[in-house]
Design a protein around this ligand. Structure first.
Ligand code: FMN
Length: 257
């Protein structure tokens, strides 16, 4: 899944991708910017658009503020060149603030409701997925609004202090969708056993964020490939150790209590 805020364009990612590609979407106050990106994503070969709903406003990231976080020299938000300030706004005066925080508060639409999901379905021309669903009620509403899948996510615990762990929220969301749409989950998937647990709790698939970045930092492309290899081999080991020849054999019977 390619982020809206990626440092290479969706066209470059589409040209390089060999597997199924999804576009992750943040909705800007200027909806034209988001609509244009969705259209570009479709043209670049994206098969779904995944609207993130866990960032109506930015979480209180004190380290980012203290460090005045912004994109380093040589990197920009490539999809938005010429549209928004693509290197993130500068710190204002001496007030501690991160560029990302200012981007979110100045550009993202914090007032979106379910109408915006209907709007996105109307313009997307491809399946719409919501990432950041954490409650049974929102899961039901997602189904009612014609969403094709949901991702249970608390944004890696980086938005709301004290938010439920996603494994806990997953059970409610799975009940809420009543088997009508797939439920994926992210947050803290680091080992094969983590994948098994989420599948046993009813997830159709898991998503992974930070491990790819750690692999990239440690070893570039090879580092990312190694992260995937380690996760796959660890998953196979966990399946063997629990007597599950296929993921279809994984069910709640694996869980204690
Ligand atoms: C550096 C960083 C950047 C992220 N950027 C985005 C983003 O642009 N869009 C999004 O939906 N989630 C973003 N996330 C959240 C991840 O998609 C994911 O929900 C979260 O990291 C939890 O998974 P993990 O524990 O495997 O990292 C970002 C996370 C990190 C750490």
């Amino acid at each position: 899944m390619a982020s809206s805020l990626s440092t290479v364009t969706i066209e470059e990612i589409g040209a390089a991708a060999t597997g199924p590609l999804w576009l992750q979407l943040y909705v800007f106050k200027d909806r034209g910017i988001s609509a244009d990106l969705v259209q570009r994503g479709r043209a670049a070969g994206c098969r779904a658009v995944c609207r993130t709903v866990s960032v109506p406003v930015q979480g209180n990231r004190e380290r980012d503020a203290r460090n005045g976080f912004k994109l380093p020299e040589g990197l920009d938000m490539a999809n938005f060149r010429g549209l928004v300030q693509e290197r993130m706004p500068d710190r204002r005066g001496t007030e501690p603030t991160s560029g990302l925080d200012r981007l979110v508060s100045e550009q993202f639409d914090a007032s979106l409701t379910w109408d915006a999901v209907d709007w996105l379905r109307g313009i997307a021309g491809m399946p719409v997925v919501l990432k950041g669903i954490m409650t049974r009620e929102d899961a039901r509403l997602a189904v009612q609004h014609g969403v094709s899948a949901v991702v249970v996510s608390n944004h890696g615990g980086r938005q709301l202090e004290g938010a439920w762990p996603t494994s806990r929220a997953l059970r409610d969301v799975v009940e809420g969708v009543e088997g009508k749409i797939p439920v994926r989950v992210d947050g803290g998937i680091r080992r094969g056993g983590d994948v098994l647990r989420e599948i046993a709790l009813g997830a159709t698939a898991v998503q992974i964020g930070r491990p790819y970045l750690w692999g990239l930092a440690a070893g570039g492309q090879r580092g990312v490939e190694r992260v995937v290899e380690l996760l796959v081999s660890d998953l196979k080991r966990a399946m063997a150790l629990t007597g599950c020849p296929s993921l279809r054999d994984v069910d709640t019977g694996l869980l204690a209590g």
